[in-house]
Unconditional design. Sequence first.
Length: 399
Amino acid sequence: MPNPATGPLIGVHVADFSSFIAGSFAAMLLGDMGASVIKIEPPDGDLARAWAPFLNGESRFFQAWNRGKRSIAVDLTRSEGREIAHRLARRADIVIENYRRGVTRKLGIDYETLREINPRLIYCSSTAFGARGPLRDRPGYDPVLQCVSGAAADNARLNGGKVAISAVAVSDYQASMQIVAGALAALYRRDRTGEGQKVETSLLQAVMAVQAHYFVQALDCDEEGGVGIYPYRLLPTRDSQIFIATATDRFWRMFCEAIGAPELATNPRYRTNSLRVQAAAELTPVIESILQTKTTAEWEALLIERGVPCASVGTCREFLTDPQVEAMGMNPVIEHPAFGRLRMFGIPIDFERTPGTIQGPAPRMGEHTKEILEELGYTASQREDLRRDDIVGRQGPPA
């Protein structure tokens, strides 16, 4: 049985037409905050369902982006399927989609169509490169945007000079946050004016937002000082690596004292971060030779004791059971009907008076088709006709 919904968005209805991360994760976050979320999937399901690894046939990735939702599988290429989508839009507060440009119009779920059905609707759209400009029709995933935006190239500074793509889909997850922020801001305005509106974002806008400090360009003067922070990178120890982050001159002094090299802190050539960045080539071998005298665990304990930001390199699984993660309530265990207990990340926002809750696991494809059609006013015979004609997919959980 699903958990009762709690949170500040109780009473808000979301229709989620999205696949993969950006739209799906945004809708899920709204559900964590109390919204009722219905995921409308094509007959073959959200494409993320095909991404391994699998848990009793269910994608682990899909579980991460779709918990707490109900699912209905609908063929939107047929008029009867579009009617189901229109009924859902009629009672929705928020619609989320991340189709390529032009697809929603073909499916009859574009903003202009749904706005006529429900003028109060908040319609959230996310694409790869945006709705305007010469690249508006270009397909893209997060690594594509990391490459074109400079994110992959800039990772070389922290990666021994090698270009690297982050395994974290930074533009997708940031786009999710922008969808949530935009939807809630539009919802706030609707409560004052009664008017819905379209909210648009893209992976392009998201990947720029998470690199805001790099997208500032002086047009009338020259920059001074080196780019970056030093040391602010992985460095080798006796047995592995440790990340050191001396983001201020004070942390630099504390670091030098902790490693037994106070003369580095007092050397006028390294007094400021800008000077240290310029002197990185000569500083690095000196620091590395010192760090290689102890293990990572020894250095981490010493530096943390002295108050220097640092970290050994761990795994996701190790972090998931870390005592601090446990204390923050960020590793709850929920029950899944197909494979039992499932540990996952918790709700990332705490509300003092209206805490949210994980309403349940990610749905199986079309799991809630029958009950959703009932809520939309379809009779038993109408539901059977829709099933027989393959307008809707599976009704209810499999045997």
